[in-house]
Write a new protein. Structure first.
Length: 313
């Protein structure tokens, strides 16, 4: 099985490459914009995510593509039109790769999307049947890319698999999880000791295992799957779990969520507060029922591995 992996130096892509190159029966080609210090797979090719990129050399003989590369963060003052930049890379670049893949005879295209396509907050667990409600430019670009991929499928027969993960945590995780870890590590008192929300997260190894399951499973073709650990946590529980895993209990002060949200609105930090105080549960029963997939790790084990030197990379 020849697998082409984009985004091979990213947080998720690097772990996919690390696992796949050790699995028998897979021949991995890693695509990165610039070569890293050490190859991540059997072969290393360079390319770009530009809408007019020529992928012909990288696509020769490939069976499956895992498209984990994306433009994820754009500062508002970095470009005049952030949505246009997200679309240029995440939509036009993705569809350019998919069309060329179909022409080259690639059988399956696995697209790493985002739970943000479903929305940013919900009391009811999100499912694959929910009407999409992207709430930011990044999620909007992912949703538009998904729609474009279904058009490519209808035009060419290329099998499409879409995986939408929530916040991904693991060793040296970037973004929001990395920020939470730093807060706990520094022993900063946090007013998050009484947050009664429900959020689903996904351990890096659980997400990678689901993606790899989708490479060969016949029932994965032309499906959307939501990823997750199968257990929702409150922000308070997550922080306590992080503290327990690193052996440094979180210092949490019980402040009512309503007061925190009110203060955040006054400071113009409503979006930040929503990620800490709002609910975002995810139902992973489709992956379980269709693929027979179960998360490899519990939340406790996933958090423990974040701080286990043997599992860092």
């Amino acid at each position: 099985m020849n697998v082409l992996l984009t985004g091979a130096t990213g947080f998720v892509g690097r772990r996919i490459g690390d696992v796949l190159k050790k699995k028998k029966g897979f021949y991995l080609t890693c695509v990165v914009r610039q070569p890293p210090g050490e190859p991540l797979g059997h072969k290393l090719r360079t390319n770009s995510l530009e809408p007019d990129a020529d992928w012909s050399d990288a696509l020769k003989g490939q069976d499956v593509i895992i498209h984990a590369a994306a433009r994820a963060h754009i500062l508002r003052d970095e470009v005049p039109d952030p949505l246009a930049e997200y679309r240029r890379v995440n939509v036009e670049g993705t569809l350019n790769l998919a069309r060329q893949a179909a022409q080259a005879g690639v059988r399956r295209f696995i697209f790493v999307s985002s739970i943000g396509v479903n929305g940013s907050v919900s009391r009811k667990p999100f499912t694959e049947l929910d009407k999409p409600n992207p709430s930011d430019f990044y999620a909007q670009s992912k949703w538009e890319a998904e729609q474009g991929l279904w058009s490519v499928h209808q035009e060419t027969g290329l099998e499409i698999v879409i995986v939408r993960p929530p916040l991904v945590y693991g060793p040296s995780a970037p973004g929001n999880f990395g920020t939470l870890v730093k807060w706990v590590q520094r022993g900063i008192p946090l007013p998050l000791g009484a947050i009664d929300n429900d959020r689903t997260f996904v351990a890096l190894d659980n997400l990678v295992d689901l993606i790899i399951t989708c490479i060969e499973h016949p029932a994965a073709a032309n499906q959307v799957f939501l990823a997750g650990d199968g257990q929702a946590l409150s922000t308070t529980q997550l922080l306590r779990g992080v503290g327990s895993a690193m052996g440094k209990p979180a210092r949490l002060v019980p402040v009512p969520a309503g007061i925190l949200m009110f203060g955040a609105r006054l400071l113009g930090k409503k979006d930040v507060a929503q990620r800490l105080l709002g609910s975002l549960p995810v139902d992973i029963s489709k992956a379980r029922n269709v693929l027979g997939w179960e998360p490899l790790l519990s939340v406790e084990e996933g958090l423990r591995r974040c701080f286990d030197s043997e599992n860092t990379f």
